[in-house]
Each structure stands twice: as structure tokens, then as C-alpha cells.
Design a protein around this ligand. Sequence first.
Ligand code: AP5
Ligand code: MG
Length: 216
Amino acid sequence: MNIILFGPPGAGKGTQAENITKSFNLYKVSSGDLLRIEVSKKTDLGNEIKSTIEKGALVSDKIINNLIIKILADKKFYNRLIFDGYPRNLDQAKSLNLFVKKYDQKISCVISLNVSKELIIKRILGRQTCTKCGLIFNEYFKPANSENHLCGTKFLVKRSDDNEKTIFKRYKTYLDKTLPILEHYKKLNLLHEIEGKSEIDKIFVEISRIIASLEA
Ligand code: AP5
Ligand code: MG
């Protein structure tokens, strides 16, 4: 099965995608992480992507779809993907439909994390990511400590788009471009909505129930 994790910036998509890969036989495809890898290479393309991300806008569909199709074409991941941050607009959703058909796969469900704007701002401003292991922490909600993180504090960084000015732009982009996708998946009967304001573990229990019901 392939699953889409949907939600506004800071909803907890990356956090839950990580939990899902630990418990289910699925691979995480985070379009944001793939783009940040490209940025870290400091190529012309990476610099162009960096500037788009820091404006809170969407990177071009062509760049994103090229990254995604390579993964869907890889037999290692056949029908076992969890998408975090993709698709991000209706054209990407339509492209994804074509790609899954082309590689004889399917989208089994879309899990949407509903979180208010006020809460996501606090979550984003408190976020810390480890550059060594990739784990996501939060100064307010999930501080890194010696039990949950072995790499040490020196690898914890803030993302360059996690500032107040960019958050508002990212949220507007989400409302204008990304939110309309939900209606598309609702019509296809694939949508599961989850209250995303509760604790990480409780949300994961709900997500696990949904995935288990698909596996049954
Ligand atoms: P991307 O990296 O995808 O960012 P995003 O969608 O804005 O989402 P975030 O990563 O900010 O949040 P999240 O939902 O993953 O939350 P997290 O689990 O970290 O994209 C970045 C940029 O790349 C985009 O703006 C765009 O420019 C570009 N891009 C990416 N994909 C694209 C695409 N398909 N097309 C075009 N452009 C694209 O959690 C947030 C914080 O909250 C963490 O600190 C976490 O510890 C904490 N937290 C999580 N859950 C809870 C909880 N339940 N309670 C308390 N704290 C929690
Ligand atoms: Mg994320």
C-alpha cells in the first residue's frame, strides 16, 4: 500500500512518517527532505530550491515529480511508500495518479492531520532537527535528551524556513494550493481525518489503526 500523510506545515507529518516506518514495512518519502538534500549540495539547482523554500513558495512540479517518479520506479519500494509533503497541489495529485498507474501501484489512503494555525506556529518555532540522524524534536513539546537522542545537542539545528515571516507565507501557500487536494481525495473515498492537536503517541495510535485496517 502507498499512503499519503497530509497536513499544514508543522502538523506532524514528518514525525508520524518516522513512527510509521518503524512499525510498518513502509518507506518514507519526504519531498521536503529530498529538496533539503539537494540544497545541501550547493549546486545551482540547490540554490534555486533554497531560495524558493525560504520564500515559503512551492518548488516547481517538474523538479518534484522527477524526484518522486524515480522512487516509484524503484522495485525495492514497490507499493510500500508513505508520502510526507507530496502531493502539494492538484497538478501533483494528478501526476501521482498517473505515476502509480504506470508502475502498477495504488494509493490506499490519505491521512490528514488537522491542526490549528496557532498551534502549528508554536510547533514550527520550537522545532529542532538533527543533522546526523534526521530525527525531529521540539523545544516545547518534545525536547531532545539522552534517552531519545544519542547524537548530542551539537547536531540539532533549526530549519532556515522556520521563522515567523516564512511560516505565514508557507501557511498561505498551504491554504491556496495544497488544501484543495483534500476535496479530490474525499471524492475518491480515500480520506481519513485525524485530530492532530493531541499528543504524538496518541495520534500514532490512531494512524496505526487506520493502516492496520488497510492491511486486514
Ligand atoms: P516540508 O519540509 O514538507 O515542510 P512542511 O510541509 O511545511 O511541513 P513541516 O516539515 O514544516 O511540518 P511537518 O508536518 O513535517 O511537522 P513535523 O513532524 O516536523 O516542505 C518545506 C518546503 O519545501 C515547502 O515550503 C516547499 O517550498 C518545498 N516543498 C516540499 N514539498 C514540496 C512539494 N511536494 N511541492 C513543491 N514544493 C515542496 O512537526 C513539527 C514540530 O512539531 C516538530 O518539532 C515536532 O517535534 C512537533 N510535533 C509534531 N507532532 C506533535 C504533536 N502531536 N504534539 C506536539 N508537538 C508535535
Ligand atoms: Mg516535515
